[in-house]
Design a protein around this ligand. Structure first.
Ligand code: PA5
Length: 447
């Protein structure tokens, strides 16, 4: 049997005692019960809780489509934003070659669109796609989100002009609601292959649906391993009422106690750039789930050791409103040692023969001690390796912790009413039909 992800609270001890955390986590079991009973706020959106099991018998279709896309193209553009984008990118960037697009060996590139409205970004992308044999996976649960809708309109037109309408149709996959939304109608009118995003799963909890799994499978990663990691974490956390052995309960309790002690910013820290987008996914998961009704912990992230040379100063010495959640990866996948040099002109011979991971682990330990000395509590999450299995574990671990944490804060962790405000203003400014009255008011305001 494989080890599980583990949580270490040694470096929060000076701020909140382990006994306090255990007691608070034990009290929070009631939130786990509420989740399992489906009686809390947002209970229409709990499909992700049993997803690892539910999705297992639907992986065949996802794998078959991924195989087909890989056989007809060398590149896939994944179009989506927020929860319809970050999960796939988090997993793909964590587990793929760091320089994928530059690899000379045969591989399939996954690139992204629809996560911004930048004219230069999309123009640059079109230039690249002129020379690529590509497919499109367009993802939108509502089917009406502006950013991916614009990107899809432009890319669909590009692909149809490049390979013809019939071939383009064979290379476009739409992932959307079963019945409603413009993307659903578009897919049906044009005859695209589709996958459904279940009604009871919100965007940021959807990485283990086709939303995340199809792009991940297209990139060549093992989605069965990812799902089995998530399943192992479901088994460890979902019905485990013994707080001391439930890492998600401990994490939710510890971060809320730290918040209550006055620290309202949580920084996710990774010591590999491969975790950059996992932190982006985590930020959306917690930020959108908790940041409402004037409550919530602000989620931020840094990539170490890179950011020790930028934000490191602030973390060490700035306002004491921060705590960290460090993702510690025990073993790298590859091996690289530092060579000896005869004349030692760069004075690095004391490191000769050491693996880079040993240096990196010492940087991690040194940073932990320094930040702890600087009054930064640190929660450490350790995984044995950054692979599909443990990435799956992290996904479920954070999702269930986020839901528990939202209930601790007494917010609905499954809605995002605040996201609508900018949309209404943007539609008004762009004269979208139906926004005429608002347009009059906004023009007054902008005078
Ligand atoms: O988590 C969420 O619900 C959001 O981030 C959505 O995923 C995001 O707004 C995109 O929405 P849609 O999939 O409807 O295009």
């Amino acid at each position: 049997m494989k080890d599980n992800l583990s949580i270490n609270l040694k470096n929060t001890n000076r701020f909140i005692s382990f006994e306090e955390v255990i007691a608070f986590a034990q009290q929070s079991v009631r939130h786990l019960d509420t989740l399992n009973a489906g009686t809390g706020p947002g209970n229409d959106f709990l499909g992700w809780l049993s997803l690892p099991d539910d999705i297992l018998n639907r992986l065949d279709k996802i794998e078959k489509t991924a195989k087909y896309i890989r056989s007809v193209s060398d590149t896939t553009v994944v179009i989506g934003i927020g929860g319809s984008y970050l999960g796939a990118r988090a997993v793909i960037e964590a587990l793929s070659h760091s320089f994928s697009p530059l690899l000379k060996t045969k591989h399939h590139d996954v690139i992204y669109a629809g996560q911004n409205i930048c004219e230069d970004y999309l123009s640059d992308l079109l230039e690249i796609l002129d020379g690529r044999n590509y497919s499109i996976v367009v993802i939108s649960k509502s089917g009406t989100t502006t950013e991916p809708a614009i990107a899809f309109r432009i890319l669909k037109d590009h692909l149809e002009r490049k390979v013809g309408k019939t071939k383009a149709t064979e290379r476009i996959i739409a992932i959307t609601d079963a019945r409603k939304g413009a993307l659903r109608s578009l897919a049906e009118t044009n005859g695209y292959e589709t996958f459904i995003i279940p009604d009871n799963i919100g965007g940021r909890y959807s990485v283990l649906t086709p939303v995340g799994l199809l792009p991940i499978a297209i990139s060549g990663l093992d989605i069965r391993m990812l799902v089995s990691g998530a399943k192992a974490m479901e088994e460890l956390t979902r019905n485990n009422k013994n707080a001391a052995s439930n890492p998600s309960l401990l994490y939710a309790a510890a971060r809320n106690l730290i918040l209550q002690s006055g620290k309202s910013i949580e920084i996710m820290v990774g010591f590999t750039p491969k975790l950059h987008f996992l932190a982006e996914w985590w930020k959306q998961l917690f930020g959108e789930s908790e940041g409402k009704d004037g409550k919530g912990i602000f989620p931020a992230s840094v990539d170490m050791t890179t950011d020790l040379h930028s934000l490191g100063q602030y973390i060490q010495d700035g306002q004491r409103i921060l705590f960290e959640t460090m993702i510690s990866v025990k073993n790298p996948v590859k091996k690289l040692t530092i060579p000896a040099e005869k004349d030692d002109s760069d004075q690095l011979n004391y490191l000769a023969g050491k693996r880079l991971s040993e240096v990196n682990h010492n940087a991690e330990t040194g940073t932990t001690l320094a930040h702890n000395d600087g009054n930064v509590p640190i929660i450490t999450i350790t995984i044995p390796a950054l692979d599909e299995y443990y990435t799956g574990q992290m996904i479920y671990f954070f999702e269930i912790a986020c839901a528990i944490s939202g209930y601790i804060l007494d917010v609905n962790p499954f809605d995002q009413p605040g996201v609508e405000t900018y949309k209404a203003n943007m539609f008004t400014l762009l004269n979208k039909p139906g926004y005429e009255e608002a347009a009059r008011k906004i023009k007054e305001r902008l005078k």
